[in-house]
Design a protein around this ligand. Structure first.
Ligand code: SF4
Length: 449
């Protein structure tokens, strides 16, 4: 008899960094709707800021991001100037000067900016918002292009966390994905940032890459454990060349199959736990004294477009092309085309391209999916009461829940649902049971493991 796990693992399901998920955003939601949502925000509630830089100095073939290769400095400098202007445009639409509890620069590669441009943007943030004491200020970087001048400036600007895409240290795998960064290069960046006062370091690792094996991954984890990052995210490589054209450069014949991917994911998770990290949600690991490990333990862990987070703000304001944000009324996404985005900003308009307003049971289903993804359990009856849903609102999903239970992915006591250890391997499949928009079309999502 076929093991049902094989079927679950090869299912194409969303990553649930939002609900409704990004393919359901529409142009019906634009700058007018977003302006109204911003005007409704309570100045008492801190917000989170996300600033997006789409440029990278090098191209990685596995990349699924919407990035641009920066061969020259001028477009990047112009982009930084427009992004700085957008911070002012955004602030002008807010009801009052707002407090910021969390700020993150993502990309692309934010450190593709010149240090002076990064500083100008951060000065604009501080001029328009109050960054509260203890706020997390995070930035993504690339060890291949991070300069010592930028490391010093990151420290001076008060950043508290830096993230690196480490992925895998094996030279053959690095060559197959066009990301050559030996361990010493990463170590120098980590040591430099720590000396500059950035106390918290994140690494991203990937399994399922071409030529990758359990052995290469365990070797990589051994080297990472020596550098002792505070958090490690372990993602499965999502091969979606129909969406991410760069991935057509990847040799498909060298990709591990579903069983090898699962073996890699399991071996890596075990090695990280043995190295002293706490497993969190679907794909994160943190040292026990890290805020994310504590949030997972006390049930306050959240999930947003950056993955798992300790950021508890209900509102995230996105700045920069393609950046996504949310308010209590819905999600929005900035225009993806740089020229159109810049023209809107220069005209003093919110450069929103699309979005989705919450309706019907969106907030309830989003909450249930987030709880499953973050802590692997939820009380469906309690959730229904919190969101004023009819009793037994989940009746339409009973048949699917019975199958998930029979296959050992969940346990249930009435409305209390808990994802089993086996089920956590495919928790996105469990979450998809509550997704009213879900389509299993392979053209839209990556496989579950
Ligand atoms: S993986 Fe990161 S650094 Fe590489 S191309 Fe994509 S966004 Fe740029």
């Amino acid at each position: 008899m076929t093991d049902p796990m094989k079927t679950y693992m090869s299912r194409n399901v969303p990553r649930y960094t939002s609900y409704p998920t990004a393919p359901h955003f529409s142009k019906d939601v634009g700058a007018r709707e977003y302006a109204a949502w911003l005007a409704e925000l309570s100045p008492d509630d801190p917000v989170s800021l996300y600033l997006h830089v789409p440029y990278c100095r090098e191209l990685c073939w596995y990349c699924g991001c919407n990035m641009k290769l920066a061969k020259k400095d001028a477009p990047v400098a112009q982009y930084a100037a427009t992004l700085t202007q957008e911070i002012a445009v955004l602030a002008a639409h807010l009801p009052e000067r707002m407090k910021v509890s969390h700020l993150a620069w993502g990309g692309g590669t934010p450190t593709a900016l010149k240090p002076d441009d990064l500083e100008r943007a951060m000065n604009e943030v501080r001029a328009r918002f109050d960054i509260i004491d203890g706020a997390e200020l995070a930035i993504e970087s690339d060890p291949r292009t991070l300069t010592s001048e930028m490391i010093t400036r990151i420290g001076q600007l008060g950043f508290t966390r830096a993230s690196f895409g480490v992925q895998e240290f094996d030279p053959k795998v690095q060559k197959a994905i066009n990301r050559i960064q030996p361990p010493d290069m990463v170590r120098r960046s980590v040591d430099g940032l720590r000396e500059a006062g950035v106390n918290s370091i994140n690494f991203d690792l990937i399994y399922g890459l071409p030529h990758q094996t359990v052995e290469t991954l365990l070797e990589t984890i051994g080297l990472c454990a020596e550098m002792r990052p505070d958090r490690i995210a372990l993602f499965g490589y999502a091969h979606v060349p129909w969406m991410a054209k760069k991935q057509r450069l990847i040799d498909e014949a060298a990709l591990p199959g579903p069983e090898a991917r699962l073996a890699q994911a399991q071996a890596a998770a075990e090695a990280l736990v043995n190295a002293g990290y706490v497993a969190i949600g679907l794909d994160h690991f943190a040292l026990p004294d890290d805020a994310m490990a504590q949030a997972a333990a006390n049930g306050t862990l959240r999930r947003n477009f950056q993955g798992y987070t300790t950021d508890r703000a209900e509102t995230m304001l996105g700045v920069g092309v393609t950046s996504i944000g949310r308010t209590p009324s819905g999600y929005f996404q900035n225009i993806a085309e740089t020229g159109a985005w810049a023209r809107a900003v220069e005209a003093g308009e919110l450069p929103v391209g699309k979005g989705v307003a919450f309706k019907d049971q969106d907030a309830l289903r989003g909450h249930v999916i987030e709880r499953l993804m973050c802590i692997g359990e939820v009380d469906l009856d309690d959730a229904g009461r919190c969101f004023d849903a009819p009793r037994h609102w989940y009746a339409e999903h009973e048949a699917e829940l019975i199958v998930l239970q029979a296959d050992g992915l969940i346990t249930r006591q009435g409305g209390k649902l808990k994802v089993t250890e086996r089920g956590m391997q495919v928790v996105r499949v469990v979450a998809s049971a509550f997704d009213a928009y879900f389509s299993s079309s392979p053209a839209r999502h990556a496989v579950a493991v």
